[in-house]
Write a protein that binds this ligand. Structure first.
Ligand code: R5P
Length: 286
């Protein structure tokens, strides 16, 4: 299988091929003077199975993905798998107000054409998978987060900042072999959240807050403050998708001892890799 990374996923693609022996073909991706994207595959892909790895975030990566799919299909390939490590637009998974789109459905409809198999990683809500007409599967990167934490920290308890993150906290805690619990969160606005207090035995414990996404960092910040007020020894944060908008990483470093994210989005915090989660599925697919 040939792995063709878009510009969002070079590090992850490199880690995947280094560990599996798959072959990497890095496409040329540049911009025309007017800002439009130019893509070229420098190798012959005839008779090959091909995997494109690319996020649907930020918006320009969607265009790259569409052009890569078209370029790859110009060859006489065996089949095409598209891995979307971070599926942007998945949080608008319903019409919250009249007149809005179901954004995740719109993106899925656009990218699934001519693709044989789609793999997403910790998509915001698995329910979105119902919009795919092609073979599609969502996998969790939480086992990789759990294994990393097990090897590098002495974690006492994993904390979910809200109900939605409880299944993720459970996977991480079970992988480590420690306890887990969670808070409830009320979102006031895109930038502001309010945590509901809860009786938890946190005193002198090393705690790790786990979530699928860290965007503005508001959720983690408020949870970390609560845990410190409750007497936690140390607070760490871990997530699959580290968007870290508006200097979130710097803000979080003031309260969290460290912040770990995976390489679905490549930042200075991407210490954990999901290459194994992808390999486990792709190499056992046939
Ligand atoms: C929301 O339900 C997600 O799971 C995350 O909790 C959310 O996206 C985090 O956003 P922020 O970092 O802006 O609080």
């Amino acid at each position: 299988m040939i792995v063709v990374p878009g510009t969002s996923s070079k590090l992850l693609a490199e880690r995947l091929v280094e560990n599996t022996g798959l072959r990497l073909v890095v496409p040329e991706i540049v911009r025309f003077p007017d800002g439009e994207c130019y893509v070229r595959i420098p190798d012959n892909l005839d008779d090959e199975e091909v995997m494109i790895i690319q996020n649907t975030y930020p918006d320009e990566k969607i265009i790259e993905l569409l052009l890569l799919q078209d370029a790859v299909r110009e060859f006489n390939i065996e089949n095409l798998t598209v891995v979307i490590p971070y599926f942007g637009y998945a949080r608008q998974d319903k019409k919250f107000n009249v007149g809005e789109p179901v954004s995740v459905r719109a993106i899925i409809k656009g990218i699934q054409r001519n693709v044989d198999y789609i793999l997403t990683i910790d998509i915001h809500d698995e329910d979105a998978m119902k919009w795919f007409d092609t073979h599609a599967m969502n996998i969790s990167g939480m086992t990789s987060i759990g294994n990393f934490l097990k090897e590098n920290l002495d974690v006492d308890i994993v904390i979910a900042p809200d109900d939605g993150a409880l299944p993720e906290a459970r996977i991480v805690a079970n992988t480590i072999g420690c306890e887990y619990d969670g808070f409830e969160k009320k979102r006031i606005s895109a930038m502001e959240v309010q945590m509901e207090t809860k009786e938890l035995d946190i005193k002198n414990k090393t705690t790790v807050i786990v979530d699928d996404i860290i965007s503005t960092g508001g959720t983690i910040l408020e949870t970390a403050k609560l845990l410190m007020d409750m007497g936690a020894k140390d607070v760490y944060a871990a997530c699959t998708h580290g968007l870290f908008v508006n200097n979130a990483l710097d803000k979080l470093k003031k309260i969290c001892k460290n912040i770990f994210s995976t390489d679905t989005i490549e930042t200075s915090a991407s210490t954990i890799s999901v290459w194994k989660n992808i390999a486990d599925v792709i190499l056992n697919k046939n």
